[in-house]
Design a protein around this ligand. Structure first.
Ligand code: GLN
Length: 455
């Protein structure tokens, strides 16, 4: 009730939600009744949660921020949503996002942007700005996001919340509307590292319905977070500072907070080492070939027949005319830009020059990470180069928008886990900044343990 009241009070300004559940109170009451009857419930039973609109929910519309899916209610739940329900969390509603998760500001949502609770004139990050803003504005204690190139971590940084992108394959993608299948990963959004860990424990683990799901048995992330919080020590931990992910183009106030965070880690006993990852220079370029290529293929299913919108051209026409009119009306400009980029990069004759080269860069980035993790247990960088920017600032310049992802993209290209944790406010604008921690694939627990020492 408190969260629904809070949503009613502030979401007119913030617009974190695209849909608020009308079943939340009833679900909560049923859980309360079972608790009162003495049933032993899971640790997060009764806790409300907001869900990014890229995730399929069979009782609420799932639009991925696009007009082409307006009003579409999926016939099934995403695995992560099913797991939330099984653990008795209470879905509060669906959160706003850049259309099909393409963007860093939510300005590409077909339903209007979300505003940053810290300053309503500024973006909340993206694509998952709705989830992070909901948590930052106390509209929800927890949320789910998805991260293809930073969409959990960058909104976390600019809204002063925690965001975790798990190891690729650690959390099921079944029922997550695909952007780029080799990069997408679902993960937790929260206000503390322990909260993220508790949620990760619920949603993570093998899912036979996702062919890329890892079969690993994962340790308790909550236990790892509690261990870190209790010890507060980083003795014996080698923290690698990624040389290429700080400095030029980074806002001075972000840089200062980052250096202070390193001092804090050193004071807690960490050994700070510098690592170099020369191929990161090409990460953004490689990402913006691989992502559009995969996205153009994934979005081909929006053909006016199977899902959502259908627009009949005046006077009728062929099947292709109907598809064309539907996609013209249903997709926004950023989605069209990436479909065109992706189909071009995949077309015969260009495949080796673009997609093939980008895949080679991806391998180089993975090698850079492998070398860096020989020198360090965790790698760190600012989570984003700047604090929240103003609406419109980067909208007309796709390159400026894309470069904002420079810090987060490498982890997706390598499939490794990355977490953003608040590291204080930048001096020049009083806005939140975040520190990104990265660990080798499958070492998600290490991020929770180290991250919890920083709070
Ligand atoms: N901002 C990045 C992009 O536009 C990241 C998106 C994401 O992680 N979904 O592709």
């Amino acid at each position: 009730r408190a969260h629904l009241d809070r949503i009613a009070a502030v979401d007119g300004d913030i617009h974190a939600f695209l849909h608020v559940s009308d079943a939340a109170l009833q679900t909560a009451a049923a859980i309360d009744a079972r608790r009162a009857a003495g049933e032993k419930l899971s640790p997060l039973a009764g806790v409300p949660i907001a869900i990014k609109d890229v995730l399929c929910t069979q009782d609420m519309p799932s639009t991925a921020g696009s007009k082409i899916l307006e009003g579409w209610v999926p016939p099934y739940d995403a695995t992560v949503v099913r797991r939330l329900r099984e653990a008795d969390l209470v879905p509060l509603g669906k959160t706003n996002m850049d259309e099909f998760a393409m963007g860093s500001s939510t300005e590409h949502s077909a339903y209007g942007p979300t505003r940053n609770p810290w300053d309503l004139e500024r973006i909340p990050g993206g694509s998952g700005g709705g989830s992070s803003a909901a948590v930052a504005a106390f509209e929800a204690p927890l949320a789910l996001g998805s991260d293809t190139g930073g969409s959990i971590r960058q909104p976390g940084a600019v809204t002063g919340t925690v965001g975790m992108k798990p190891t690729y394959g650690g959390v099921s993608r079944y029922g997550a509307i695909a952007l780029a299948s080799s990069l997408d990963q679902v993960g937790p959004v929260s206000r503390t590292v322990l909260d993220a860990a508790l949620l990760h424990d619920v949603i993570g683990g093998h899912d036979p319905r996702d062919s890329t799901s890892l079969k690993d048995v994962w340790p308790s992330f909550a236990a790892a977070a509690r261990t870190g919080a209790a010890s507060g020590s980083l003795r014996g931990v080698r923290v690698g500072v990624v040389k290429e992910l700080d400095g030029e183009g980074f806002q001075p106030g972000v840089h200062t907070r980052f250096r202070e965070a390193l001092d804090t880690m050193a004071a807690a006993g960490a050994e700070i080492v510098e690592v170099s990852t020369p191929s990161f220079e090409y990460a953004v370029a490689a990402y913006y070939l691989i992502l559009p290529a995969e996205a153009s293929s994934n979005l081909a299913k929006f053909d006016s027949v199977r899902f959502g919108l259908r627009v009949n051209p005046p006077g009728g026409g062929t099947v292709e005319d109907v598809m064309g009119a539907t996609r013209e009306a249903g997709f926004g400009p950023e989605v069209k830009r990436r479909i065109i980029l992706g189909t071009y990069a995949l077309s015969a004759g260009y495949y080796d020059a673009y997609y093939g080269s980008a895949q080679k860069v991806r391998t180089l980035i993975q090698r850079d990470f492998a070398a860096a993790f020989e020198k360090a247990d965790v790698l760190v960088s600012p989570s984003a180069p700047t604090t929240a920017f103003r609406f419109g600032e980067k909208l007309e310049d796709p390159m400026a928008m894309y470069l904002n992802d420079v810090t987060t993209i490498p982890a997706n290209l390598a499939g490794i886990p990355g977490m953003s944790i608040p590291m204080g406010l930048a001096a020049e604008d009083g806005l939140p900044t975040g520190i990104q921690l990265m660990a080798p694939a499958r070492a998600d627990a290490r991020l929770y343990e180290v991250g919890a020492t920083l709070e």
